[in-house]
Design a protein around this ligand. Structure first.
Ligand code: C5P
Length: 222
């Protein structure tokens, strides 16, 4: 069977990673969470006191940083220079600085290079903000996932509570809106739908339904 590449883009907390993981599992493809790569660099920058506004220093830090994404029994595990940072890169401090780090051209160029190398063999489900537009412009299937801000904040809030992480719904909503604004307004590869992407509004859909719709579209291409 032909192995295709699937690009999934969309705003923060639209359900991209959960859907992408399910699709990859069903097709026996590799899932790559590019947001985790930007989060990993952000984590390392904060740990090392590197200014998130300094693109040159961030790129230099990235060149000497090894980021590894591996699938473990409980989902994806992320290593930065051998340290398991899976939980740490989801913390609020990283989340609220990641858009500043990811806006720099120097950082994006290196990340895109790494992401394209990972996808070379096909059979990849990759999610992010610029996958269909920049990283994998030739992906056989491109999906743009959307959901209302209220719905996205509520989903993230429920997820936090389930994990025992303190959570404030209104604050989450504000933070998600701000991250969307920064990611959409930045100069280099802003969040936007590729012309040939299929738009799916997940506001009233369960995660299984979203994954099933993507699988249906994927099977038409395989
Ligand atoms: O997907 P996630 O919300 O974990 O992504 C974290 C951040 O990483 C985004 O808000 C965005 O600033 C950045 N990002 C990006 N390009 C990607 C993936 C993520 O700029 N392809």
């Amino acid at each position: 069977m032909k192995k295709i590449n699937i690009a999934i883009d969309g705003p923060a907390a639209a359900g991209k990673s959960t859907a992408a993981k399910k699709v990859a599992e069903k097709l026996n493809y590799i899932y790559i969470d590019t947001g985790a790569m930007y989060r990993s660099l952000t984590y390392k920058a904060l740990e090392n006191g590197v200014d998130v506004e300094d693109g040159k220093a961030l790129a230099e830090l990235l060149y000497r940083t090894e980021i590894r994404l591996m699938s473990g029994e409980c989902g994806q595990v992320v290593f930065v220079d051998g340290e398991d940072v899976t939980g740490k890169i989801r913390e609020r401090e990283v989340t609220n600085s990641v858009s500043a780090v990811s806006k720099h051209r120097t950082v994006r160029e290196e990340m895109v290079k790494r992401q394209q190398a990972l996808a070379k063999g096909g059979g990849i489900v990759m999610d992010g903000r610029d996958i269909g537009t920049r990283v994998l412009p030739d992906a056989e299937l491109k999906i743009f996932l959307l959901a209302s801000v209220d719905e996205r904040a509520e989903r993230r809030h429920a997820e936090n509570l389930a994990k025992g992480i303190p959570s404030n719904l209104n604050e989450l909503k504000r933070e998600i809106e701000e991250r969307d604004r920064l990611d959409s307004e930045r100069e280099v590869s802003p969040l936007c739908k590729a012309k040939d992407a299929v738009e799916l509004d997940t506001t009233h859909l369960g995660i299984e339904e979203v994954a099933d719709k993507i699988l249906e579209l994927a099977r038409e291409k395989i």
